[in-house]
Design a protein around this ligand. Structure first.
Ligand code: BGC
Length: 550
């Protein structure tokens, strides 16, 4: 690819040496902006239509220019790809579709040379059904010691033909699959993702070794997949109502958020702390309350946990304020910073969520929500493409969909492909610079020519330039973002409006559909939509967020 650079080339392009340019900051994660790269859809270097590690490396300058602090890479390990790589067959190998270990090593070095830290995914709740342990377990037969690394059980009912309990898979259907020899095995996700038994000592040993492998390669931390699911309630009790479990649910369940998971996270913290760093762990955990979620970030556990309550919050000022207040209170009670996130590879993109059928309104709200998020104290996660204002693609033909839940629920669920469309970089036609061939593993909408990085660069009204300006200001003004810069104070504001101050800084959010006049809180420095102010009063546009210097 013409834009591909070597690590040395990248470094000289940025004016830095090939040495790591990552700053040695003790609490770097406390206010870090971390960009999620869904590797399969970021950039394709070899023309097979699938994003890969070399593709990511070639596009690092975009991330450096955007101004993020770190990159989180979704799984690129050897995998049959039954669930987009969240079904790992070899935790120490790169899947050939994404490159090889040398590419991973090069990518980490090139990112460091640009001052970007690298976080990788680890998937400890389940393996692939092609993992050597699971193959061994299947071959060994019922009651064999190899089966003890997973949850194998005899069935219930006549001839054991009913599943051992009533748990349902997050992806639809029973959470149990029967093997030809009559035993059943547990999979909270797809049948190709058997759940590991974390009571087995070899499981913990193996994952400690896997973490060390990637830490030795130089990664700065891990995003821990299903960090709330590794321990199941003793005896695997029935839930008693047969309802399908959802990953984003908040009700107590016997397979999520069990107290035992915290022992695992404590041991991982000790491991992370044994490396120069700091290297961090971020939990993908769903817990019934903000207080339960905060347990994952106690001082001797993980550094961060995704705050999905913020992501799930509707476009409603009062509801947003409640989520912000409760999130800050819960994490500060354990001395941790809060995280904020609006989108990821599992949910409908927030442009579309907020728009509810109205594209321009959704985009206006998404831009405003981004400024709100980036003004809050703590760490923010961006999902690739949100800096371009990408909407969800809702009209994908069934035959191109890959989400395993789509087929397990007969199309009622499993629509996650719509947020995983390959990124548009440049040009007027698909694949919009995604790769050197005309291919992309999911089709891109033909109308994305105006949304490419190239088309938005230099346009002061574009969403990309809004994100760039916001991240630059966030670095310059500690009152933005840093949880250590001082308190967030809510100021009186009319219904539908949020106004808060931080040291030297104020933020207004107007969630109403009409403009609103207010006494001007200061000097406007950035706004998601044009504000009119005469210095004394301000006319806040509908669905907008504005940053003010006091
Ligand atoms: C990941 C999903 C994945 C699931 C099973 C999730 O939380 O984000 O993409 O399907 O875990 O590994």
């Amino acid at each position: 690819m013409t834009h591909e650079l070597t690590a040395a080339g990248l470094a000289s392009a940025s004016g830095k040496t090939t040495e790591s340019a990552v700053e040695d900051t003790v609490g770097w994660w406390r206010d870090a902006v971390i960009y999620q790269v869904y590797v399969r859809s970021f950039a394709d270097s070899d023309g097979d239509g699938i994003g890969d590690l070399r593709g990511v490396r070639s596009r690092l300058p975009h991330l450096a220019r955007l101004g993020v602090d770190a990159v989180w890479l979704t799984p690129f390990y050897a995998s049959p790809q039954a669930d987009g790589g969240y079904d790992v067959a070899d935790y120490r190998a790169v899947d050939p579709v994404f490159g090889d270990l040398a590419d991973a090593d090069d990518l980490v070095r090139a990112a460091h040379a640009l001052g970007l830290r690298v976080i990788v995914d680890v998937v400890p709740n389940h393996t692939s059904d092609r993992h050597p342990w699971f193959r061994e377990a299947l071959a060994a037969g019922p009651a064999s010691p190899s089966r003890a690394r997973y949850h194998f059980r005899p069935g219930r009912g006549a001839d054991g033909c009913e599943p051992p309990n009533d748990w349902e898979s997050v992806f639809g259907g029973p959470a149990w699959t029967r093997t030809p020899d009559g035993d059943w095995y547990l999979h909270l996700f797809a049948p190709q993702q058997p759940d590991l038994n974390w009571e087995h000592p070899e499981v913990a040993e193996e994952f400690a070794s896997v973490l060390r492998f990637w830490l030795d390669l130089g990664v700065d931390g891990f995003r821990i997949d299903v960090a709330h699911g590794m321990v199941k309630a003793p005896g695997l009790p029935d839930i008693g109502r047969g309802a399908q479990a959802t990953l984003i649910g908040t009700e107590p369940l016997p397979f999520f958020d069990q107290d035992g998971v915290h022992e695992i996270h404590r041991s991982w913290r000790l491991l992370l702390d044994s490396y120069e760093g700091p290297r961090i762990g971020v939990a993908e955990a769903w817990a019934p309350t903000s207080e339960r979620l905060a347990l994952y970030v106690r001082p001797d556990e993980l550094h961060q946990a995704f705050n999905f309550r913020f992501l799930n919050c509707p476009w409603d000022a009062a509801a947003m304020r409640t989520v912000i207040e409760e999130s800050l209170a819960a994490t500060s009670a354990v001395g941790a910073p809060t995280t904020w996130v609006l989108s990821n590879h599992d949910v409908v993109r927030h442009v579309t969520r907020y728009g509810n059928g109205d594209g321009p309104r959704g985009l206006a709200r998404a831009r405003a929500a981004a400024l709100l998020m980036l003004a809050l104290p703590g760490s923010a996660y961006l999902y690739q493409g949100e800096e371009l204002g990408l909407p969800e693609v809702t009209d994908l033909p069934d035959e191109v969909r890959r989400d395993p839940a789509f087929r397990r629920t007969a199309g009622q669920d499993g629509l996650r492909d719509g947020c995983r469309i390959p990124l548009p970089w440049s040009g007027l036609e698909p694949p919009f610079g995604f790769g050197p061939s005309g291919r992309s593993w999911l089709p891109q909408p033909r109308g994305w020519g105006s949304l490419t990085v190239a088309a938005q660069t230099g346009n002061p009204h574009s969403t990309l330039e809004l994100y760039r300006a916001a991240l630059e200001l966030r670095r310059a003004l500690p009152g933005l973002g840093s949880p250590d810069a001082g308190p967030l104070a809510w100021q009186p504001a009319p219904e539908g409006v949020l106004l808060f101050t931080r040291p030297g800084f104020a933020c207004t959010l107007n969630t109403r559909t009409e403009p609103l006049e207010l006494p001007s809180p200061g000097r406007p420095v950035l706004s998601s939509a044009p504000v009119e102010t005469d210095g004394r009063t301000v006319r806040l546009p509908p669905d907008s967020c504005t940053w003010w210097v006091l």
